[in-house]
Design a protein around this ligand. Structure first.
Ligand SMILES: CC(C)(COP(=O)(O)OP(=O)(O)OC[C@H]1O[C@@H](n2cnc3c(N)ncnc32)[C@H](O)[C@@H]1OP(=O)(O)O)[C@@H](O)C(=O)NCCC(=O)NCCS
Length: 210
C-alpha cells in the first residue's frame, strides 16, 4: 500500500495529516499535559515543529516504518488528536501511540480511534502483534488500552527518564488471534467477519511519529 487510507468510525474520520493541520497540532499537542505523559512530544512545542513532523509522514509510510492518522470529528472536520503505529516490519509488530487534545478528553475518542487503527494494523497491514506502553500515573491511557483488548504484559521499572525523573512504564499488547477472537466467547471469528473500518482512497499519503 503506497498511500495511507482514510479510516471511518461512527464519529470520526482518521485521515493523513496535511500541512494545513500544523497550527492545530501545535495548539493541541503544545499543551503541557500532552507532553507530560508521552515520550516523543516536545515541550514547548515550537513554531515549525508540527510542519517538520507532518513532512516526514509520507516517506515513513511508503517505507513501511510508520502509519500516522489525524483524528478528526466527522461533524465539523476539526482535529481532535493523533494516533499511529510505529512498525517493526521484520517482526510484523507495531507500537501504538496516541494523544487527544485536552478539549476532547473523556468522550471516548481515543478508544474509538484505537479500534480503527488496530483493525487497520491487523486487517490491512497483517501484523501479528500490536503493543503500547504508558506511565502508571496515566490511568486514562491504561484504560484505553484495556478497552482495546490489550493485555498487561509487565512493568519496566525505572525504564524512562522524563524531565530528570526515572519512571516505570507498563507494557501492554494484543496478538492477532486475540483481536480476531469474538469478545466474551471462546470461539474465533473468521478474519473476514471482523468489522474493519471502511477505507477510501485519499490523495495524500503521509505517516509520522507520535
Ligand atoms: C490518554 C488519552 C489519549 C485518552 O484519550 P480519551 O479520548 O480521553 O480516552 P477515552 O475517552 O477513549 O477513554 C478514557 C478512559 O479512561 C478513563 N479515565 C480517565 N481518567 C481516568 C483516571 N484518572 N483513572 C482511571 N480511568 C480514567 C475514562 O473514564 C475512560 O474510560 P471509560 O470509557 O471506561 O469511562 C488522553 O488523555 C491524552 O491524550 N493524554 C495525554 C497524552 C497521552 O497520555 N497519550 C498516551 C501516552 S501512553
Amino acid at each position: 500500500m503506497s498511500r495511507l487510507p482514510v479510516l471511518e468510525t461512527p464519529r470520526l474520520l482518521l485521515r493523513p495529516f496535511a500541512l494545513s493541520d500544523a497550527r492545530s497540532v501545535q495548539a493541541l499537542a503544545g499543551d503541557a499535559a500532552i507532553a507530560d505523559t508521552t515520550l516523543r512530544i516536545p515541550h514547548p512545542y515550537e513554531n515549525g515543529m508540527a510542519e517538520e513532523w507532518i513532512g516526514t509522514h509520507e516517506r515513513l509510510f511508503e517505507s513501511g516504518e510508520q502509519a500516522n492518522f489525524a483524528i478528526t470529528r466527522k461533524t465539523n472536520r476539526e482535529l481532535v488528536g493523533a494516533i499511529g503505529l510505529v512498525i517493526e516490519g521484520g517482526a510484523d509488530r507495531a507500537e501504538l501511540g496516541y494523544w487527544v487534545g485536552k478539549p476532547g478528553w473523556g468522550q471516548g475518542y481515543c478508544s474509538e480511534a484505537g479500534r480503527a487503527v488496530l483493525a487497520f494494523g491487523f486487517g490491512t497491514l497483517h501484523l501479528q502483534k500490536i503493543h503500547a506502553c504508558f506511565f502508571p500515573r496515566n490511568p486514562a491511557s491504561g484504560r484505553v488500552l484495556e478497552k482495546l483488548g490489550m493485555i498487561r504484559e509487565g512493568v519496566l521499572r525505572r525504564h524512562v527518564k522524563k524531565n530528570g525523573i526515572y519512571e516505570d512504564i507498563v507494557v501492554c499488547g494484543i496478538l492477532r488471534e486475540e483481536w480476531f477472537k469474538e469478545p466474551g466467547t471462546t470461539s474465533r471469528r473468521g478474519e473476514a467477519d471482523r468489522k474493519t473500518p471502511s477505507t477510501e482512497p485519499c490523495d495524500e499519503g503521509r505517516v509520522g511519529n507520535l
